[in-house]
Design a protein around this ligand. Structure first.
Ligand code: SF4
Ligand code: SF4
Length: 303
């Protein structure tokens, strides 16, 4: 799993970039999450946002505690917010700053610090959004998602922008992507790895997100399970969006059934389905035809 934490101030686009990054990963077939955490509701207040991507369904829903990468959109946050907290071994902090990397490394001892002057690169590209440059930059250092996926995700997210504005932002993304590749290859300070943050609720233990257990919540069902009439499914994937347990299975971005090991029977997918293709049925039965029930005849993913 990849986990990214974004630090910015209100209005600097941390939330938007966390979402575009997730969208780009989604376009590459990954499971994703992106969500913000706000402080005071005012422009200029510190804002944190998170992006997760994994090849498997993501079953954790809390804030990113042990990021692979931290993106700092505003260098003034360095003395204000613990940006290095929980940084995973091998992780890095990417700072938008004209300051030298060695100077930044002195302010963030013990972690790998990379810097990109996003504001200057954005101006060179013809725009003024450093956050877009930093989005390209973090993908460049991580080696994923691909620049083309980032650009497609950006265009889809900001569909109301003019073609000229999109072109400027594509340039900014590419500038950040390439600048970060150079920065990541530059020898210098910051190869030191930070220790993971101990869990307060598990004294003495260190738990990384990828090691978190995936509890088999399927045992929580009380006699009913979701079942689908595939002929009524229009593949909108709203059930996938709303399922809190990532128990909707897809292949090639198409609905294929339920993961009953983890479906706890909450019925949210039933409420989300716009075509009433999903119904709750007694365990062991299938839905067929116009809604008739039949005994389950084979093991499988569908109801
Ligand atoms: S009932 Fe539907 S929404 Fe709830 S856990 Fe099962 S598949 Fe997910
Ligand atoms: S919400 Fe309903 S129509 Fe949409 S993918 Fe799920 S089952 Fe199909």
């Amino acid at each position: 799993m990849r986990e990214i934490r974004w630090h910015g101030r209100g209005g600097q686009g941390a939330k938007s970039m966390s979402q575009v990054l997730a969208e780009a990963w989604l376009r590459q077939g990954r499971w994703v999450q992106a969500f913000p955490e706000y402080g005071p509701e005012r422009s200029g207040a510190p804002v944190t946002a998170y992006t997760r991507a994994d090849a498997r369904p993501i079953r954790i829903h809390h804030a990113v505690r042990n990021p692979d990468a931290v993106v700092v959109l505003d260098p003034s946050l360095l003395g204000e917010v613990p940006v290095t907290a929980g940084l995973r071994p091998g992780g890095f902090v990417l700072v938008n700053s004209p300051e030298s990397a060695s100077s930044l490394a002195e302010r963030l001892p013990g972690v790998r610090v990379l810097r990109v002057d996003g504001s200057a690169l954005a101006r060179t590209a013809g725009g003024n959004y450093a956050n877009v440059v930093l989005l390209g930059a973090v993908a460049g250092v991580l080696g994923e998602p691909a620049l083309e996926a980032l650009q497609q995700a950006f265009a889809a997210t900001f569909a109301k922008l003019s073609p000229e504005a999109v072109a400027v932002n594509f340039k900014a993304l590419e500038a950040g992507y390439r600048a970060a590749l150079e920065e990541a290859e530059r020898p210098g300070p910051g190869a030191v790895q930070a220790a993971p943050t101990p869990r307060e609720d598990l004294p003495g233990a260190v738990v990384l997100a990828q090691d978190a257990p995936h509890p088999r919540t399927g045992g929580w069902r009380t006699g009913l399970k979701p079942a689908v009439r595939l002929e009524a499914c229009v593949n909108c994937l709203l059930c996938w969006v709303y399922c809190p347990d990532a128990a909707i299975l897809t292949e090639n971005q198409a609905f294929v059934g339920f993961d009953y090991q983890h479906c706890k029977g909450c019925e949210l997918c039933v409420k989300a389905c716009p075509t009433a293709a999903i119904e709750m049925v007694p365990e062991g039965l299938e839905l067929v035809g116009q809604g008739q029930l039949t005994p389950r005849t084979q093991g499988g993913r569908h109801a």
